[in-house]
Ligand binder design. Sequence first.
Ligand SMILES: [Zn+2]
Ligand SMILES: [Zn+2]
Length: 333
Amino acid sequence: MKAAVLKDKKQFAIEEVATPEPGPGEVVVKVSYCAICGSDVDRFKTGRYPGLILGHELCGRIAEVGEGVEGWSAGDRVAVEPITQCNTCYWCLHGQGNLCPNLGGTGMVGIPGGYAEFAKARPVQLFRVPAGMDEKEATMAQSLAVALHVVHLGEIEVGDTVVVIGAGPIGLLVLACARLAGAGKVYVTEKAEGRKRAAARLGADAVIDPTEVACPEELKKLTGIGADVVFGAAGTPEGIKDAFASARDGGTVALVGSHWVAELSSDMVTRGLTVRGNKAYRRCDFGRAVDLIAGGKIDCQALITDARPLSDIQRAVEELREPTTQVKILIAP
Ligand SMILES: [Zn+2]
Ligand SMILES: [Zn+2]
């Protein structure tokens, strides 16, 4: 089969590799679509895990079922939950499997992923894509699961004023979830054109461009005393600063995204802020994500800006490295 293999920093190669065969307790999925994640852009930049087939936001149809697999057959449409946890550590045993120190993942750590014609999975990873649910939209389940978990940590109450710093895919889905959770007003900051448009389409009350106005001041004007809940989804030191500055005293700041460093001050303490850090999601968030998409509760089309063939992956990832009109690009292997 054809697969995109990350060879080195900033270098994918389309290669002919052995088509996976299901071992006992495994299935092989014919990949319909796999969405490019911001974390894939990071892996592309750093060349981490050379030789691995990336791609962890995948949806497809079961091609082959291995020995001992029950309840699944060839042709079933599935979204694959990529994260595998050990189920034996302290965190797994205490309902916080997202913090498992032994996390693995399809297309992330060790296990070949969805930038290929076929990918292996175990039944525990499979979520059924019901009839009528678009397979392109099903690829948004993993990002939506992250957004659901962040919103869970933010503990929004009906009528709360919410700020979302950064309207990348996660920020946009946090906006959509905050709406569903009953937020009164949701204000979003973003500089990339396509993402600003998507935020407006997903129901932001205002979209503020940090390259045009001073963000915290503008947000203070809009919110009065500051936001009840702020979601920091920009993954930059400035974004983190803006997140803290735009919360009201006594408010909550929930942060998502990695690879940033920012200074903290005693402000956090004297202003009585609650700070929550998010990693991945709980398994139940993935199931809820699939159900919400299937039920038409999330306008996934606002995020899906393009679908490209596998041969285009290098160019697609390069495009996503800079602010662009793209939000989510899907690969159709
Ligand atoms: Zn992802
Ligand atoms: Zn564990």
